[in-house]
Design a protein around this ligand. Structure first.
Ligand code: 5GP
Ligand code: SF4
Ligand code: MG
Length: 456
């Protein structure tokens, strides 16, 4: 999921709209924008891509100098319009809108406690829980109320809260989800990824720190508050490996450079004689370039992705699939026939996509396919909003590397070790829980939900 907010800028909705286009890779199921003109809120949202949901007429309705936007994919919670953000809350102390990226691990406990006190929820989304927590305690000071509520949440979050006067940005104490601040036209913009800053002509200022809340208010300097003293830097490694766009800078690391380094280390650790290196578009192109550069084996565009297949794409029937109809990804046959290919991919989750790609390359005449994965093997589910499945579905939780290699029918397979992943980003502080099971937070009921107690 991705969030973006613009504060104290004319045409705030338009800027958020273009920003959401730049964040579209983070979620394609739904999107929305909510604005304020200082006295009223305006909102448009729907299920689909940003181009499908918004048009000039709808944007014209989104008045005001403050706006927040969201792109979503479902991760645990149900689909449906009621879960499409931003959420808008009406309250006698002042209306407010919220957008959130991440996932709580104690949402069930919080929900039950809130319902016992009389809260009624409209959606199954975690975002609504924060709204209720904020309003549950009777403190008059809003900042204190938000701080207290944030400290009751365990898990991953980058939150935007828009009121008639202010924009609040909050990042969880482990910094699991990234969020950055930029400047634009005398106002401010905050975004899950810095690629949105480039898109709208904003300049990067800094990242929001783990456990920090930044408050933007007209004619005032932004106010920074540390709501948690236990902050640590455990940003999600998969943000760098898979989610983010290569042109984004996350915590001072350029995503393309990071992935290129991963490819470079794979070439050093797992060399193999081959004729060309290819990457699975889009997230593994940088890794393939790094591998090729380091090994001296030429990089080729061996796979082409059709970029125009949206949510409404009609999947080919089983019969057509067996006949070889696959429209999302196609091999460049003349490059591949008779060649020994090194295939870079970002990660293996279930192994089904990877197996399909290896087969596609072999069907196109590849003599050998050597798979190199730009992150460690995934043995544990994610509870922080990334859809990496349950133990039963994670192929590496079930099989060792040789068994995975056999399953995907590759000639060789190698996963990048953890220490090289950290080295690629020049850091020693990422969440690596889906590889090593060291979760940076308590897990509460999540273990039971996933039926995996025996694994701990
Ligand atoms: P598999 O080969 O395990 O079936 O699929 C892995 C591929 O799915 C990855 O290369 C990645 O590009 C893509 N993918 C889609 N959604 C996710 C996600 O939420 N997490 C990860 N790690 N990969 C994903
Ligand atoms: Fe990211 Fe994995 Fe940690 Fe989830 S468990 S936040 S996917 S690194
Ligand atoms: Mg992929």
């Amino acid at each position: 999921m991705g969030v973006i907010g613009v504060f104290n800028c004319e045409n705030a909705a338009e800027l958020v709209y273009y920003g959401l286009h730049a964040l579209q890779h983070r979620g394609q199921e739904g999107c929305g924008i909510c604005t304020t003109d200082g006295s009223d809120f305006f909102r448009e949202r729907g299920e689909g891509l940003v181009t499908e949901i918004f048009n000039e007429k709808k944007l014209a309705k989104l008045k005001g100098n403050g706006a927040i936007g969201h792109v979503r994919y479902s991760s645990g919670d149900d689909g449906g319009l009621e879960n499409v953000q931003p959420f808008l809350f009406r309250h006698h102390t002042g209306d407010f809108a919220m957008a959130h990226n991440g996932n709580f691990v104690n949402s069930r406990q919080l929900r039950m406690a809130l319902e016992a006190q009389g809260s009624i929820f409209q959606s199954s989304s975690d975002t609504e829980i924060l709204a209720h927590l904020m309003k549950m305690n009777r403190r008059r000071d809003r900042i204190e109320a938000i701080e207290e509520a944030l400290n009751m949440i365990e898990g991953a979050f980058a939150f935007l809260i828009l009121t008639n006067e202010k924009l609040y940005v909050c990042r969880d104490k482990n910094g699991l989800r990234p969020i950055s601040i930029g400047k634009i036209n005398g106002g401010y913009v905050v975004s899950s990824e810095t690629c949105a800053f480039e898109a709208i002509g904003a300049t990067f200022v800094r990242d929001v720190e783990p456990g920090e809340m930044v408050i933007f208010e007209k004619e005032k300097e932004p106010l920074s508050i540390l709501f948690s003293e236990e902050s640590s830097h455990k940003m999600c490694a998969m943000e760098l490996v898979y989610f983010a766009r290569p042109d984004s800078e996350i915590e001072n690391v350029n995503v393309h450079t990071f992935r290129k380094n991963c490819g470079k280390y794979l070439a050093q650790l797992a060399p193999v004689k081959a004729d060309l290196v290819i990457g699975v578009p889009d997230s593994s192109i940088s890794g393939a370039i790094g591998y090729a550069e380091e090994s001296g084996i030429p990089y080729e565009i061996g796979l082409i992705k059709n970029k125009y297949i949206g949510r409404t794409f009609i999947q080919p029937s089983q019969i057509l699939r067996e006949k070889g109809v696959r429209l999302k990804l196609s091999p460049v046959r003349s490059l591949i026939t008779g060649k020994r290919v090194i295939l870079l991919d970002d990660s293996i989750v279930r192994g089904t996509t990877c197996k399909r790609i290896v087969k596609m390359l072999k069907d196109a005449g590849a003599k050998e396919v050597h798979v190199r994965i730009c992150c460690p093997s995934m043995h544990h589910p994610c509870f922080y909003g990334v859809d990496t499945s349950t133990y039963n579905e994670l192929i590496s939780a079930q099989k060792d590397v040789e068994e995975v290699r056999k399953t995907i029918e590759a000639d060789s397979l190698f996963f990048l070790p953890e220490e090289y992943l950290l080295k690629a980003g020049n850091r020693n502080d990422l969440c690596l829980a889906c590889y090593n099971g060291k979760y940076p937070t308590h897990l509460y009921q999540s273990k039971i939900d996933f039926n995996i107690e025996h694994k701990f």
